[in-house]
Ligand binder design. Structure first.
Ligand SMILES: Cc1cc2nc3c(=O)[nH]c(=O)nc-3n(C[C@H](O)[C@H](O)[C@H](O)COP(=O)(O)OP(=O)(O)OC[C@H]3O[C@@H](n4cnc5c(N)ncnc54)[C@H](O)[C@@H]3O)c2cc1C
Length: 336
């Protein structure tokens, strides 16, 4: 991509589901935009576990995964139903991007933005881009999060769930999984029977079938997990958090001390975005940008969308944020 001296109306940072959907609205309505993606489109999904089954269904009538209901994922031939796989989703976003003719510059990372009169100057690995409106669609799962436990940092026995590749590396090993949410559940199931797995949670385990809370959805894992606990194939230390780790030795709040070969933190991620110079981008207490009801940040002309835009907690998922992207689109389109 060669640097363009003419300012774009809109620059989108991120070619994940949110950036693609926003680009689609601009494209459909003839608004001048450009999007940059530091990897391939939907790079965050490419880095997830091969064969992973989504938690959000995609079938007619209950479609929580498609970017728009006009372009449904379930209509692609061969898609797994009701829960698609990561590969189905990647094929879908590839075909969505191609069919809509979206303008996404791949392998171009934005590195910083500066507020300028009338817009922004964005530095990227392929040069500088000027734009009137800037949208951060760079996702919320940016930095692997490790819990604040004494002895955890630089410990060679500790890994993050994002580095889990395959159960064969853990064969016969004593593995402690910290966390009780989706990644914890999926990895525990994958390791069951191969490693000696203990799952450890801070509070009581929560199941969607019991709480009805969307945060507790475990997709196809919930019933399998319960059975594996009942069989004793997986061990659960419920509401018994770790207080300290010394090398491979773990001390729990109950006072119990155990040794593990691997301590796997399935403790999620924290958002991080490019630095914005010359503007005060305020954050909420969870580390997300403070936004208006149409997604504008505290820096005028700088918008946030997708999982980085916490209109509400459901925005961590596609069905939670897809309607809000239309609001971001209309607000910018009205001002262009
Ligand atoms: C293990 C796991 C399983 C999940 N399962 C589901 C599910 O089943 N259903 C569901 O709806 N959601 C699921 N999610 C949540 C899912 O990640 C979000 O729904 C969705 O991907 C968010 O889209 P996004 O575009 O906001 O962010 P992302 O998908 O994170 O996309 C952001 C993009 O921005 C790019 N980027 C970041 N920084 C820069 C930069 N500086 N310059 C250029 N590009 C940049 C990234 O490479 C990435 O491609 C899951 C998440 C995880 C971690």
């Amino acid at each position: 991509m060669s640097p363009d001296p003419t300012p774009k109306d809109v620059l989108i940072v991120g070619g994940g589901p949110a950036g693609l959907l926003l680009g689609h609205y601009f494209q459909e309505h003839g608004v001048d935009y450009e999007a940059v993606e530091r990897g391939k489109i939907a790079q965050a999904w490419r880095s997830m576990r091969p064969g992973m089954v989504l938690l959000s269904p995609a079938v007619p009538g209950t479609d929580w995964t498609s970017l728009t209901l006009k372009h449904p994922l379930w209509a692609l031939p061969g898609v797994r139903k009701p829960f698609p796989t990561r590969e189905d989703f990647l094929c879908y976003v590839e075909s969505f991007t191609r069919e809509q003719g979206l303008r996404i510059a791949e392998n171009v990372a934005a590195t910083k933005a500066s507020v300028t009169p009338g817009g922004f100057l964005v530095s990227t690995t392929a040069g500088e881009i000027r734009c009137r409106f800037l949208v951060l669609a760079s996702g919320a799962s940016t930095v692997p999060y490790f819990p604040d436990i004494p002895g955890i940092s630089l410990n060679p026995h500790v890994v993050h769930s994002c580095d889990f590749v395959h159960c064969m590396a853990y064969s016969g090993k004593r593995v402690l999984i910290i966390g009780g949410a989706n990644s914890a559940a999926e990895i525990a199931i994958e390791l069951a029977g191969t490693a000696r797995v203990t799952m450890c949670t801070r509070g009581p385990m929560r199941y969607f079938s019991e709480t009805g809370a969307l945060d507790d959805i475990r997709g196809s894992s919930e019933s399998v997990l319960k059975e594996l606990f009942r069989f004793g194939i997986l061990h659960l230390r419920e509401a018994d958090p770790i207080v300290s780790i010394a090398h491979s030795k773990v001390r729990f709040r109950s006072g119990d001390e155990r040794e593990f070969d691997w301590i796997l933190c399935a403790t999620g991620y924290r958002p991080q975005w490019i630095p914005v110079e010359g503007g005060e981008l305020r954050m909420d207490e969870d580390g997300y940008p403070v936004i208006s009801p149409v997604g504008e940040s505290t820096v005028r002309g700088l918008y946030v969308c997708g999982s980085l835009a916490r209109f509400n907690r459901r925005c961590a998922f596609i069905h939670g944020f897809r309607n809000y992207i239309e609001k971001v689109f209309w607000d910018i389109a009205d001002r262009v």
